[in-house]
Design a protein around this ligand. Structure first.
Ligand code: SAH
Ligand code: SF4
Ligand code: F3S
Length: 459
């Protein structure tokens, strides 16, 4: 039998990418192999993001294209999973009847069976579950990278920031058992992976909801000694949850990268309060100072929203000020977008689109300037880089990431791939670095950074 082909698009956050990898694993069991040619595919699958209206628009324009493919080849199956599936449910098929399968975030593990069912019956299915604990812990996975892997540790979010749809599309916090995570990481190491990123919407809340409560710090201490695990990252941190024990743990474990994705969202206390972020600017700054006290060269990135309802020019300028003051390494920025079910979406003091656009452009300039300044500071230094592969558009140039998650480009050859090397940085761009390779590290990276003794595991 000829192989079946799946063409896949994945929008949204790293958690979505991780779900996508599991969806591909499930489909592989049904005989589907990925293809990058939509016209050759038997199954067109999209994993969707609902964080902003624009992400939804992208989905429906993609489904429009796929509808045309289906008109040419009626046997093709179109499947939609992820946050928009969970949000819009049957509405997706009403807007585009070419869709055959709609499967929500809590039951995407059924995807393979649902696709099979549609192939047999040719009748569309919408399946939206409600509880994440239906998802088995050991789903097959087809990983995107060779050296780096995403590992979810806490699903969902119960914070209900007033602008955000995630608690509605992903359900409440739910930590995975520590042993299940450890098993997954050991299996990854056996396959040759060297770097993992532990994922959660508020990853530093990990473990509090387990029958035997634990913490992200304890998880890091448990994983860190595993042989072959050269790099551990985690994201996203939340100001309510990031604590000194975590930072001391990062400082003390040489294979945990000193990189914090730690969003503030706004530099105005009034906005933070209305966003229901549960912290002030002052508290955030104290946490940044605490991080830098323990790890002076820590990289700190974040996310920022402009044009939240009621945001004044003065509130916005507070955000510009905080970007300069913190001197972030990088920031994802977005104009506020009205989301269903959210309290902020119902407010009548929405900021006009043209003002949001203008503020976003001004913010992006400051973000780029700040990031450039941080990058220039690295010129002349040696940076430890895990070489990921050749740069896509520049022959002879290779790429990898520093411990602080900066992308670096340097002349190289295939023998470097998957190695941890020292790169001398010779020039900086706003968001990337250029350099050249000095030599390879024979040992674990512990010898290139002064370490603080690990704190005792109290749990
Ligand atoms: N859990 C993370 C964020 C996850 S969502 C945290 O709490 O920081 C990723 C980012 O999308 C958010 O940090 C926020 O900056 C942005 N975002 C979320 N809802 C949004 C909305 N309605 N409009 C614009 N940006 C939004
Ligand atoms: Fe959304 Fe807030 Fe939860 Fe982050 S913490 S996912 S912004 S509700
Ligand atoms: Fe988007 Fe869902 Fe992630 S809304 S950002 S894909 S959790």
């Amino acid at each position: 039998m000829a192989e079946l082909k799946v063409f896949l698009r994945s929008f949204g956050c790293q958690m979505n990418l991780s779900d996508t990898e599991r969806a591909l694993g499930l489909l592989a069991r049904q005989g589907y192999e990925p293809t990058d040619d939509a016209d050759a595919a038997d199954l067109l699958l999209v994993n969707t993001c609902a964080i902003r209206e624009k992400a939804e628009d992208k989905l429906f324009s993609l489904l429009g294209e796929w509808r045309q493919i289906k008109q040419r080849r009626p046997g093709v199956i179109v499947a939609v999973m992820g946050c928009v599936a969970q949000e819009m449910k049957a509405e997706i098929r009403r807007r585009n009847p070419a869709v055959d399968v709609v499967v929500g975030t809590h039951n995407f593990h059924e995807l393979g069976d649902l696709v099979e069912e549609v192939r047999e019956t040719r009748s569309p299915i919408t399946r939206i579950g409600q509880l994440r604990d239906a998802i088995p812990d050991d789903l097959p996975t087809v990983r995107d990278g060779k050296y780096h892997a995403w590992v979810p540790v806490i699903y969902g979010c119960s914070y209900f920031c007033s602008y955000c749809i995630v608690p509605f599309t992903r359900g409440p916090f739910q930590s995975r058992e520590l042993e299940a995570i450890e098993r997954e990481v050991i299996a990854l190491l056996a396959e040759g992976f060297q770097e993992i990123t532990l994922l959660g919407q508020t990853v530093d809340r990990y473990g509090l909801d387990l029958a035997t409560p634990t913490t992200l710090a304890a998880l890091l201490r448990r994983l860190s000694p595993l042989p072959g695990l050269n790099r551990i990252r985690f994201l996203t941190s939340h100001p309510v949850d990031l604590d000194e024990e975590l930072v001391r743990t990062v400082a003390g474990l040489s294979n945990v990268m000193e990189y914090f994705h730690f969003p503030i969202q706004s530099g105005s206390d009034r906005m933070l309060d209305e966003m229901k972020r549960q912290h002030t600017v002052a508290r955030y700054l104290e946490q940044v100072a605490m991080i830098r006290r323990h790890i002076p060269d820590a990289a700190i990135s974040g996310d920022l929203i402009v044009g939240f309802p009621g945001e004044t020019e003065a509130d916005f300028e507070d955000t510009l000020r905080i970007v300069r003051e913190v001197e972030f390494d990088s920031n994802n920025t977005a104009a506020y977008s009205i989301r269903p079910w959210t309290p902020a979406g119902k407010r009548t003091d929405q900021v006009p689109e043209d003002i949001k656009r203008d503020r976003l452009a001004r913010l992006n300039e400051i973000v780029a300037e700040t990031s450039f300044r941080r990058n220039r500071r690295l010129v002349g230094t040696w940076q430890e880089v895990l070489v990921e592969g050749p740069a896509s558009r520049s022959p002879g140039i290779w790429t990898g990431r520093t411990r602080g998650n900066r992308e670096v480009f340097f002349p190289g050859d295939p023998s470097l791939e998957g190695q941890i090397v020292q790169v001398k940085i010779d020039s900086a761009r706003p968001f990337t670095l250029r350099g050249c390779v000095a030599g390879r590290l024979e040992s674990r990276p512990s010898d290139i950074r002064p370490t603080i003794p690990p704190v005792v595991d109290l749990l």
